[in-house]
Design a protein around this ligand. Structure first.
Ligand code: 13P
Length: 246
């Protein structure tokens, strides 16, 4: 399976940031992995024109509703229309700051598929949960609750993002990543059966040019979801280049 290196710009970027996407486009030689960039929704359409299909773009959230009186929300069809191919769902920042539940994430995933988007569904334990050694049961619950039946390798990737590793410069050890990815693989098989086959499981949380090679080349890691280090093309390109061809 080809690995996927995805960038999540979060709430960063205005028109001037499109230069980073153009730099990315111009430097993408024959990379050994697939690439996705998820800028803020306001930039998707302009980014789509700027990069002329050099790599796919994604949103960072969508509504579970198709249209109507939902002020401020963005539907999956709107993201698709703006040029997105994918959408990140259930990111811990959405769960934490917007109170998103597993059930809501699952509804959003179904809406995204119906609009023709693929999804990256995020799971991950908090610091306290890891201290209490509850990471496996927390992530099991999130997979069961947030990933609807009907998820396949073609429409969904999972991102394991331990909350304590996001934006902190801390990462789990290689062993901890391998153990969790194997655990998530078995949770997916338990809940989706054959559908889980070949589904990518990405790692996210403080991936940067210095640790990318070590993390991205673990056999159990099918790619990365990169926050801060995806904002500058030079850093993101180093992470992309860290994926060894196989
Ligand atoms: P950082 O790479 O900035 O730690 O963010 C990770 C993340 O949340 C990606 O979705």
């Amino acid at each position: 399976m080809r690995k996927l290196v995805a960038g999540n710009w979060k709430m960063n970027g205005t028109g001037t940031s499109l230069a980073e996407l153009e730099a990315l486009k111009n430097s993408l030689a024959q990379s050994a992995c697939d690439i996705l960039v998820c800028p803020p929704a306001t930039l998707i359409a302009r980014a789509h024109w700027a990069i002329k299909g050099a790599f796919p773009l994604g949103g960072q959230d969508c509504s579970s509703k198709t249209s109507g009186a939902f002020t401020g929300d963005i539907s999956a069809a709107m993201l698709k229309d703006a040029g997105a191919a994918s959408v990140i769902l259930g990111h811990s920042e959405r769960r934490q700051y917007h109170g998103e539940t597993d059930a809501q994430v699952a509804e959003k995933a179904k809406a995204a598929w119906a609009a023709g988007l693929t999804t990256i569904i995020c799971v991950g334990e908090s610091d306290g949960e890891r201290q209490a050694n509850k990471q496996n049961s927390i992530c099991h619950g999130q997979i069961t609750g947030s990933v609807p039946k009907g998820a396949t390798a073609a429409n969904t990737a999972i991102a394991y993002e331990p909350v304590w590793a996001i934006g902190t410069g801390k990462t789990p050890t290689n062993d901890e990543i391998v153990q969790m990815h194997a655990h998530l693989r078995s949770c997916l098989t338990e809940s989706l059966g054959e559908g889980a086959k070949g589904m990518r499981i990405l790692y996210g949380g403080s991936v940067n040019p210095s640790n990318a090679e070590q993390i991205l080349n673990l056999a159990e890691v099918d790619g990365a979801l990169v926050g801060g280090a995806s904002l500058k093309a030079a850093d993101f390109l180093k992470i992309i280049a860290a994926v060894r061809p196989h």
